[in-house]
Design a protein. Structure first.
Length: 255
């Protein structure tokens, strides 16, 4: 359920009491304060930062429009509903983007329309905020959100899932990516690919090789404590494990 806070501004206590009574019937509304003058309203709005102000136009020290302008100038932008006994200010009210303009004495039916509009506004805001949060999360976690790599081959772009990659080899201007669908050239360095793919099965075995261990068929002991890997689909090629990475490999497979 959407909820929003409300401040009541009116220099007549009976008017504030009536409006409070009517608004307290709505579970979406939380009344966080009242003000009986323009200056008091400005101070409370800038301090409390309510979502909505129900604002009388003719106050004892200044009019409601001046209150609204000063608040907006202070960087606080509540939704404004003008509540007044006079209808000649309606056009001016909407010039400052007031959500609504209701006349005294307050009608429950008319006020219900205003509250319905407020609920719609705050529902839309919440949906936008949730969309922004999701977007922000995906941007911050784009490594884990990378499901496919776009790779060029023969003037075409192929979308390759990481699990289709057998291994990657560093070349002069990036890397060569060997997959179930063939070989592709990529401008990414191995370090960039490792960061972009960010999957535990991808392991650096050498400064020039990044291997998907789900595709390793055999581990062949080699000279000076190193190894050679036999990769599924590329059995005729020798993928080395350097001495630096051999210890990690032994720990990984307990060999």
């Amino acid at each position: 359920m959407v909820e929003f806070t409300v401040l009541l501004v009116d220099d007549e206590p009976p008017a504030r009491e009536e409006l409070r009574y009517l608004l307290e019937a709505y579970e979406q509304i939380k009344i966080v304060g009242e003000a009986s003058s323009g200056q008091e309203a400005i101070e409370k709005i800038l301090t409390i930062k309510p979502d909505v102000i129900f604002l009388d136009i003719q106050l004892s020290d200044m009019d409601g429009f001046e209150v609204a302008w000063q608040v907006f100038s202070g960087g606080v932008t509540p939704v404004v509903v003008f509540a007044t006994a006079y209808d000649e200010y309606a056009v001016k009210a909407f010039e400052i983007n007031a959500l609504d303009y209701i006349l005294k004495p307050f009608s429950e039916k008319r006020l219900n329309k205003t509250v319905s509009r407020l609920i719609e506004v705050f529902m839309e805001r919440r949906q936008k905020q949730q969309s922004l949060k999701v977007s922000d999360y995906l941007k911050k976690n784009r490594k884990s959100a990378c499901h496919k790599l776009s790779l060029w081959k023969n003037d075409r772009i192929y979308l390759i899932c990481p699990q289709e990659i057998c291994y990657c080899e560093a070349v002069e201007k990036g890397s060569k990516i060997k997959t179930e669908k063939g070989e592709f050239l990529s401008p990414y360095t191995l370090s960039e690919l490792e960061e972009k793919i960010a999957r535990p099965e991808f392991v650096r075995t050498h400064k020039s090789y990044l291997v998907n261990f789900d595709k390793v068929k055999e581990i062949i002991p080699w000279f000076n404590g190193t190894f050679i890997l036999c990769i599924q689909g590329y059995e005729k090629e020798e993928v080395p494990v350097s001495r630096r990475h051999a210890r990690e490999l032994r720990e990984m497979f307990e060999i």
